[in-house]
Ligand binder design. Structure first.
Ligand SMILES: *[C@@H]1O[C@H](CO)[C@@H](O)[C@H](O)[C@H]1NC(C)=O
Ligand SMILES: *[C@@H]1O[C@H](CO)[C@@H](O)[C@H](O)[C@H]1NC(C)=O
Ligand SMILES: *[C@@H]1O[C@H](CO)[C@@H](O)[C@H](O)[C@H]1NC(C)=O
Ligand SMILES: *[C@@H]1O[C@H](CO)[C@@H](O)[C@H](O)[C@H]1NC(C)=O
Ligand SMILES: *[C@@H]1O[C@H](CO)[C@@H](O)[C@H](O)[C@H]1NC(C)=O
Length: 734
């Protein structure tokens, strides 16, 4: 179908771009052409084509159309054309590939499997024709060149008509990315505003994100990302041919979102200073990141973490026409040796050590994209995981997926790509080891903790949609038949307790291990504490095996970042108590806020662990909880309501109340909102008394219609970073 193209026959052409009535038109000056039938201009009918191809807003100067659907262009000639004396061919070019096809003057149907073009009889006028051009539904996603060849018995002319961009077509049933419901398409292709769920499973937070598909320059950046990929750089022709396949496309894009191995968009950083770039928590949208990448000639933009990588990937997929959504896995395992076991080491006082290479992130964000898997079979159609955060190499590059969610659910580990890594992220067992003097003195297995909650934004609302059941079946009775969980190796000498592993009770924090007795412990947070409140913990110990026992309880609390090992304990307690046969004991603990307030940043997480030991037989059991403190809200109110008019000034009131019972110094309240106000608006107060309010009125004006987000942050001179962060969505109408 494709043949190598030659540009040499365009020798006698000169073409000038010219905008008339906002349409893309190429005006052709034909000094060298003597024939009266020369082409004067071509109208790409951008306005109409963009409406009928669901591409409105993606570009103001390129024609952007979807594959498998016809688009229309109008050719206007200098003089009346004796149509019957001419034959017309169109040619599309993609690098060195080209295909030439005739324009039929008939109502014959267009062939959806090949490039084809027709002119309907009613569209033939004396000086102009409207041509309908249809691309095959399996076409490369790229920017194409379009040429016109006219031939009569005496003359032959060729015209370079210009370029157009071809995208995937999830509205078209024959396209492998076809999505049946319009509400889904509105959310997963068109919606340029989204939410990412972060925090911990116990205290889920939302972070707004502007995907920015319609921002100027974003489409061009996405196309450039394809052109800069190693696949394209090393073999253009092969890359163009394979770009018709969404499996290939999504894998190439996924690798290009991180800068490892290639000229990709984002550099990741998870600790240390971010001052030579932007701190990952400061980004609010994809457009700024893509613009930075393009304007710096494809040097990596600093810095990303998982949700930043995922949101940029989601933008690129939506722009290119592959339905996509951002998904958060709480307690996501990072299983370096892929044995489906995460080991955590604790001291006998409940302090977590920084030892294991494996880790559990409180949350991890990846992307799901929607497609048929013609390479695997129809049972794998639907949502596919793609994870752009550079973690482990896949086939030699930092890239993960696309992997069918159904393959994860059904444990089809041979499935392309990376099914076993993704399965481990949502389904590893946690083995917690209590270590004393280099010996393992207690061990417990938690089968529930990892991947217990998987969220994405619901269609048309800010509520979370629970996707957990799509990754995990509730019925785990047959689990050991579908994969082997290898036994972990310990560097320590022979463990004191080599009791067989046993499944824990339902709640994530409850774990227990014991060979003979049935000593059990659980740890709960009494209510999600706010910043400035004490943390109240409750330890429940049950059942000393039919006789009374003397027990010691060690409790420890540490601070950690969502994907990191914790710092040293900021609080520890120890006590001894007696438990009667069959008794259930509840022990309360209160950690005053003065113990952690000055150590804690807004997004920090508290890791609390309790170890209970039988003084006589040295049996140890433990339980763990991780949680965020909830910060007090910043109030953001738009005068006259949240539905505002474009290009009109509106006033926003923003305020924060000091709920701590201490004086805060150097208070800063700031407000920002992409497309609503320029830069950051800041209000400062040197002293903020307990109960006092810092507030401000800010004037905003929306530059375009759609959903916009105002984001407020509060910090003070003794806080590590931001202490409170809130957002507020506004709908802008034209
Ligand atoms: C999410 O779904 C899982 C599995 O269906 C269920 O066990 C869990 O309770 C749900 N959680 C929430 C918060 O809805
Ligand atoms: C769980 O799986 C087992 C074995 O695979 C099967 O026998 C049983 O019926 C299943 N139970 C449910 C509730 O699906
Ligand atoms: C599990 O591992 C054992 C020993 O390595 C092997 O013999 C067996 O075939 C494995 N089972 C599965 C289901 O892979
Ligand atoms: C954990 O250990 C690694 C290497 O041993 C070190 O780079 C890292 O900073 C430690 N993390 C914490 C939170 O102490
Ligand atoms: C606790 O002890 C009571 C009475 O001895 C018994 O009924 C119950 O099953 C025990 N619970 C556990 C968790 O061992």
């Amino acid at each position: 179908m494709w043949r190598s193209g030659h540009r040499s026959f365009l020798l006698f052409l000169t073409s000038v771009s010219h905008n008339m009535d906002c349409e893309q038109q190429t005006v052709l000056s034909g000094d060298l052409i003597s024939d009266k039938c020369q082409l004067r201009f071509v109208n790409f009918e951008i306005h109409d084509n963009h409406r009928s191809h669901e591409t409105v807003g993606l570009s103001s100067h390129h024609l952007v159309v979807r594959r498998g659907w016809a688009f229309r262009l109008t050719l206007l000639f200098h003089q009346r054309v004796p149509w019957s004396l001419y034959s017309f061919d169109l040619e599309v070019q993609l690098g060195d590939l080209a295909e030439r096809f005739p324009v039929h003057f008939s109502s014959k149907c267009l062939n959806p499997l090949r490039w084809s073009a027709r002119v309907l009889p009613e569209n033939v006028h004396t000086q102009s024709v409207s041509v309908h051009v249809c691309s095959p539904v399996i076409s490369a996603v790229a920017s194409y060149h379009l040429l016109l060849h006219m031939r009569s018995r005496r003359h032959a002319f060729s015209y370079d008509l210009g370029t157009f961009v071809l995208l995937c077509n999830p509205w078209c049933k024959e396209d492998p990315v076809w999505m049946p419901l319009e509400v889904q398409l509105q959310e997963y292709i068109h919606n340029d505003y989204g939410l990412v769920f972060v925090g911990t499973q116990q205290s889920v937070r939302q972070r707004p994100w502007a995907f920015g598909q319609m921002e100027p320059g974003v489409l061009e950046a996405c196309l450039q990302l394809l052109q800069k990929s190693p696949q394209h750089q090393s073999d253009r022709q092969n890359d163009y041919l394979r770009r018709a396949d969404p499996v290939y496309l999504s894998r190439v894009i996924c690798a290009m979102v991180n800068c490892n191995d290639d000229l990709g968009v984002l550099a990741g950083k998870w600790q240390g200073s971010y001052t030579d770039g932007v701190c990952p928590t400061e980004w609010t949208g994809s457009a700024e990141i893509l613009h930075k990448w393009v304007s710096s000639n494809c040097s990596p933009v600093r810095y990303g973490q998982c949700w930043v990588f995922a949101c940029v990937l989601c933008t690129v997929l939506r722009v290119l026409g592959i339905p996509a959504r951002v998904v958060t896995v709480f307690n996501a395992a990072h299983d370096v040796n892929a044995n489906l076991i995460i080991e955590e080491f604790y001291s006998n006082k409940g302090e977590k050590f920084n030892l294991s290479k494996d880790s559990i992130w409180n949350f991890h964000v990846w992307v799901e994209c929607w497609m048929r898997r013609e390479d695997l079979g129809s049972e794998f159609n639907g949502w596919q995981v793609v994870d752009p955060t550079p973690q482990e190499k896949s086939e030699g590059i930092y890239c993960c997926g696309p992997c069918p969610v159904s393959a994860v659910q059904n444990r089809v580990l041979r499935c392309a790509f990376d099914a076993s890594f993704i399965l481990a992220s949502v389904d590893a067992d946690v083995v917690r080891l209590i270590v004393r003097d280099g010996l393992v003195v207690g061990r417990s297995v938690d089968r529930q903790c990892v991947g217990q909650l998987i969220y994405t934004k619901s269609i048309g609302s800010n509520k979370p949609q629970n996707l957990t059941h799509t990754y995990k079946t509730n019925n785990r009775s047959g689990e050991n038949t579908y994969h082997n969980r290898s036994t972990p190796h310990y560097k320590q000498s022979s463990p004191v307790h080599s009791a067989p592993m046993r499944s824990s009770p339902a709640a994530s924090g409850k774990i227990s291990e014991g060979s003979v007795s049935r000593l059990e412990v659980s740890l709960d947070v009494e209510k999600t504490p706010g910043v400035g409140d004490s943390i109240c913990l409750c330890v429940t110990v049950s059942n000393g095996s039919g006789h009374g026992r003397l027990l010691t309880e060690h409790l420890s609390a540490q601070l950690k970042h969502y994907n990191r090992s914790p710092h040293e304990s900021f609080w520890q307690s120890r006590r001894q108590f007696q438990i009667q046969p069959g008794q259930v004991l509840t022990l309360h603990h209160r950690i005053p806020s003065s113990r952690f307030k000055s150590l804690m940043a807004h997004d920090d997480i508290v890791n609390a662990a309790v170890v209970v030991k039988d003084v006589k037989n040295k049996e140890r059991v433990m339980a763990v909880q991780e949680f965020n403190l909830c910060s007090h809200q910043i109030t953001i109110e738009v005068e006259g309501g949240d539905s505002i008019q474009m290009k009109k000034e509106h006033t926003v009131h923003v305020s924060y109340t000091n709920h701590c019972n201490t004086l805060l110094t150097g208070a800063v309240l700031s407000l920002e909102g992409y497309g609503l106000l320029e830069g950051k608006h800041e209000t400062r107060l040197t002293l903020l008394q307990p109960g006092e309010v810092i507030e401000s009125s800010v004037s905003i004006m929306a530059s375009s219609a759609g959903t916009k987000v105002l984001q407020g942050t509060f910090s003070h001179s003794h806080s590590l970073g931001v202490t409170a962060r809130s957002f507020h969505t506004i709908s802008v109408h034209s």
